[in-house]
Ligand binder design. Sequence first.
Ligand SMILES: Cc1ncc(COP(=O)(O)O)c(C=O)c1O
Length: 769
Amino acid sequence: MDRIKKTFATCKAEGRGALVTYVTAGFPTVEATAGLMLAMEAGGSGLWPVKLTILDIIELGLPFTDPIADGPTIQKANTIALENGMSATAALKAVRDARKKGLKVPVLFMGYYNPVLIYGEQKFVKDCREAGVDGFVICDLPPEEAVKFRGFCNNEGLSYVPLIAPSTNPSRLKFLCSIADSFIYVVSRMGTTGVSGTLNAGLGDLCKRVHETSRNIPIAVGFGVSTRDQFVSVSQFSEGVVIGSQVINVISQSKPEEVNEKVKEFCQMIVGRDGEDSSIHEVGIAGANRKAKEPANVHPTSVITEKDVGPGPGLMDQLNALNIDGEANSQPIPSRFGEFGGQYVPEALMDCLAELERGFIEANNDPKFWEEFQSHYPYMGRPGQLHLAEHLTEKCGGANIWLKREDLNHTGSHKINNAIGQVLIAKRLGKTEIIAETGAGQHGVATATVCAKFGLKCTVYMGASLRILTPQRCAYLLKEDVRRQALNVFRMKLLGARVISVDAGTRTLRDAVNEALRSWVSNLSTTHYLIGSAIGPHPFPTIVRTFQSVIGNETKKQLMEKRGKLPDAVVACVGGGSNCAGMFYPFANDLSVKMLGVEAGGDGLETTRHAATLAGGSKGVLHGVRTYILQDAEGQISDTHSVSAGLDYPGVGPELASWKDSNRAKFIAASDAEAFEGFRALSELEGIIPALESAHAIFGGMELAKTMKPGEDIVICLSGRGDKDVQSVAEELPNIGPKIGWDLRFPVGSGSKYRSGISCMLRVGKKAS
Ligand SMILES: Cc1ncc(COP(=O)(O)O)c(C=O)c1O
């Protein structure tokens, strides 16, 4: 921390802005990182003695699989670094190596919380101090969630740098300034990192507000600065300027043997230390920089002293700071379900989440809101049906199996309940645009539907991935997969939505969530993010569960009417957990009711190809929430697999995580093959083709029913209908069918070659057309 303070003090004394450059550790190679840091510093020996330092502070990026605050350039660098095997341990080694070779400038680690959490926060901070790291910028760890982490930083004398965004409200700004211990990172614009053509016109005002509020704390401005002109103009408002994406671009565009030299030249160009006027810098870089500035607008820089930056306030100070004026939320601590939940999001989202929470609390307490919600029941197809599945019950020979028919809802799944509810909240908040993510397409279609109905602009982000082909599946099926995806896209487009295919990362639902979050940060004032499951930062899990609770509430009432009692068990499939939370929550205090969640076991929990987050995952932070996630030993998010796209997600709602830990609910995994058994049983015995997601619950419910007595009652949430999955089932049958003795194939031509029925029909259809 001291090194950072001294750096800003020196820059002040020299009358210049500090240059802070970012590079992702492990990009372009693990071995290059230490050398690149030295190259950035090159030209002098840092601060001792002050000579020709080109840059003043290095931000070393700790790569993460899901960097929601970063744009494509840094995201790509993260992906490459991870492929190269970069880890927190390797990044520490790079800093240690660079220090051994003489690196003097302060080094900040910039990254995301989960890898730090998994490393062990205390050990990480300690190891950082030993390696020569000076502080941290952790994009998704706002101070409310960082109380423990800041304590560790204080103990080791390292800096926790708070971020301030254009959306930060005055009371929060005051709070953030009050905890700054070395400098404040001001995010220049709403949105992600990346090179931008123009700078935010309000930046000067924002910096002025921060200066006035913080008094003597220096600020560094980042996000969107890439040229010398921008460096010079931003230096007028701030004590430091951060350049990131453009450094990554320079590295990407250089030959491996020239990378260090090119980066050094770039830094020289930014600070105006080119060959021609290098003599000026020999005498003092300060003069050259003063010359480059517009004297009229120069904001007084500052020197920070020890008294400005004591050890920092405690938790109560922080909470008080959040309540300085009436604007702050009346419920300052983010809601949690036991240890799960929270708001692990970039600073830019904090204010918007508070607005959403206020809007939701007001609506929830307003009977008129619920009247309006219920006035749309005829459109949604509510109340839903509850009926006995007689043949399924008979087959299992145990408890009565009842089906809660969410598949009969408008748009074919439970997703419409949440879509209507959130759109009504968005309208109350005056939002005119909706963004959403979708995996199976069901939430995308539900969102596009309600946007059409309520006249809102709609953009849906969708993972671009194709289902993985097995050797048995011929090349022409690839085309069919594209066609199937195109159909979902077409459905949403028919409804007037814009559909954005996310071709980044693993190209699945998780990347669609990343993109939706990024897009939301850029357009907060007009846009509501209509999240499709009980996931994400507070208040989303509570909002989604509240609207989906119609499932459990109706079930309770309807079974009472039919059987005069509560069910003995309720069962639901679990992707992010919205239909499950909606079914379970109304029964959570009825302890006689067993609650069974069924996750996607894919190829089996013993393999890496599954999406069973609760049954096979561990605690961590993803997409703004602390919950169970699927991750590796380094805290990087794992790729998932399920035959059903709607369950193919490496996180889960925090309320489900707390039910698991308190043993209130049990969570099991059904493999792809077992889901097919459920799919087949419901289709053949009840004449209902379920969604593949719901088929997991059917299988779990059947197994549970077998263990229960006749006369007992179990209700399965049939979350969606199977029309969307018929083709997937046909395609997977050659692989999965033999495992469960299910063969719908027709013999084709002579010999023993078989083709699944629908493939055969599609072929015939193709020939005919
Ligand atoms: C029919 C159906 N059921 C279940 C799910 C899983 O979502 P959640 O766990 O949020 O209910 C999906 C997701 O797309 C779905 O389409």
